[in-house]
Write a protein that binds this ligand. Structure first.
Ligand code: EPU
Length: 308
C-alpha cells in the first residue's frame, strides 16, 4: 500500500466545540443492538475542520477517542465508554469524478449504493442490505459471499490523531475476508473513500440487484430484531452459523439476549433489554460448545467498545 498527500480541501469555519460535544451521551440509538450505555462525551462532527477540532480538544484533555459509524458491528460495554466518542454519521457528503465515486465515511452504505446507482455507476449494489456506514464497512471489509467492499475501493483518506490527513492507495491484496489494514492502525479515523466503479445505463438493473440481496437477508430474518449481524467470523470453508446451529445454540437465551432461531451466528435483542454482558455470555457459550464439538475456535467479527 502507498501513502501519499491528500487533496481534500480544508474549510475555514468557526468551530463551536460546546455545541458539538454532549456530556454523558446516551448511546442506545447509536447501536443497532440497542444496548443501553453512555459515552463520557459524544460528538457528531460534520466537516474535516470539526473533526480536527475535536481531536485537538481530546488530546489537550487527555481523553481516549473511540469512533462509531453506524453502530452495526460494535458491542458497547455496560460500563459506558470513557473519553470522547465520535459518531461519524454527519460526515456524509459525496461527489462523482468520472468513474470515481468519492464519499465521506459517515454515509450510510445503503445511501452510498443508491447515489452511485442513480449516477449510473455499478459495483456496490451487491452489498445491498449490509447495515452501517461506508467507513465501518471498509474498516471491517464487509461483504456478501466473495464480493467485498475492498473489491472496488481505490483510495481511502484517513486522519491520524494529530489531525493530519493521509491517503492510502488501496490494493485489494492488502484486504482479505473481514480484514482491512485499518484494523492494525488504531490511532486513525477513516474520512473519505473513493470507489472505482463501472459506468452503466442499466440503473434500474442495479436497483433490482440491490433489492435482491436485501430481500435474501430479509428472508433470513436478519432485520426482525435489533442485532449486530454475525457475531463470529466464518472459519475457512465453513459457516460459523452452521457450527453454532449443530452445537444446539439456536433460540438459547441469557437475560435479554437470544441466539436467533433463524441463524445461529446472530444474537438478537428482542425486547430491547439485553445487556452487553448477556450477549458476551451467550457468545462465549456458543464458542465453547463449537470448540468442544469440533475443535474449531471461532473468532469474533464484532468489536467490543469500552471496558470489558
Ligand atoms: N446454516 C445453518 N444454520 C445456521 C446458519 C447457517 O445450517 O444457523 C447453513 C446455511 O443453511 C447455509 C450455510 O450454513 O447452508 C451458510 O449460511 P449463510 O448463507 O447464512 O451464510 P453464512 O456463512 O452463515 C455469511 C456472512 C453473513 C452474510 C451471509 C450471506 C459471515 C460471518 N457471515 O454468513 O454476513 O449475510 O454469508 O452472504 O461472513 C455479517 O457478517 O454480519 C453477516 C450477516
Amino acid at each position: 500500500m502507498g501513502i501519499m498527500a491528500t487533496n481534500v480541501p480544508s474549510q475555514n469555519e468557526k468551530i463551536n466545540l460546546e455545541r458539538m460535544v454532549t456530556e454523558h451521551l446516551d448511546l442506545t440509538r447509536y447501536s443497532t443492538m440497542h444496548l443501553h450505555t453512555t459515552a463520557r462525551y459524544g460528538a457528531f462532527p460534520t466537516t474535516l475542520e470539526e473533526l480536527r477540532a475535536l481531536l485537538s480538544w481530546a488530546s489537550t484533555e487527555h481523553l481516549p477517542v473511540t469512533v462509531i459509524g453506524g453502530g452495526s458491528n460494535s458491542l458497547f460495554s455496560d460500563r459506558g465508554i470513557d473519553g470522547l466518542v465520535i459518531i461519524t454519521t454527519g460526515m456524509n457528503h459525496f461527489h462523482i469524478n468520472g468513474e470515481m465515486f468519492c464519499v465521506r465515511c459517515g454515509m450510510n452504505l445503503e445511501s452510498a449504493i443508491d447515489h452511485a446507482s442513480e449516477a449510473g455507476l455499478a459495483g456496490l449494489e451487491m452489498l445491498g442490505g449490509i447495515p452501517g456506514t461506508v467507513g465501518g464497512a471498509i474498516w471491517g471489509n464487509s461483504g456478501v459471499s466473495t464480493i467485498r467492499v475492498s473489491s472496488c475501493l481505490y483510495y481511502v483518506d484517513y486522519l491520524t490523531m494529530d489531525g493530519k490527513l493521509h491517503r492510502m492507495q488501496v490494493h485489494n491484496d492488502d484486504f482479505s475476508y473481514r480484514y482491512s489494514p485499518f484494523m492494525e492502525m488504531p490511532q486513525t479515523i477513516l474520512f473519505e473513500a473513493a470507489f472505482r466503479l463501472t459506468p452503466t445505463r442499466q440503473t434500474a438493473q442495479l436497483r433490482i440487484i440491490k433489492e435482491g440481496t436485501k430481500a435474501r437477508r430479509r428472508e433470513q430474518h436478519q432485520f426482525d430484531w435489533p442485532s449486530v449481524g454475525c457475531i463470529f467470523k466464518n472459519p475457512p470453508d465453513v459457516s460459523a452459523g452452521a457450527l453454532l446451529d449443530q452445537a444446539g445454540m439456536k433460540g438459547k437465551r441469557i437475560g435479554g439476549a437470544m441466539v436467533s432461531p433463524y441463524h445461529a451466528n446472530f444474537i438478537v435483542n428482542p425486547e430491547g433489554n439485553a445487556t452487553g454482558q448477556d450477549i458476551w455470555e451467550l457468545a462465549r457459550q456458543g464458542r465453547e460448545a463449537v470448540e468442544k464439538n469440533t475443535g474449531i475456535h471461532l473468532e469474533f467479527e464484532v468489536n467490543f467498545l469500552g471496558q470489558w
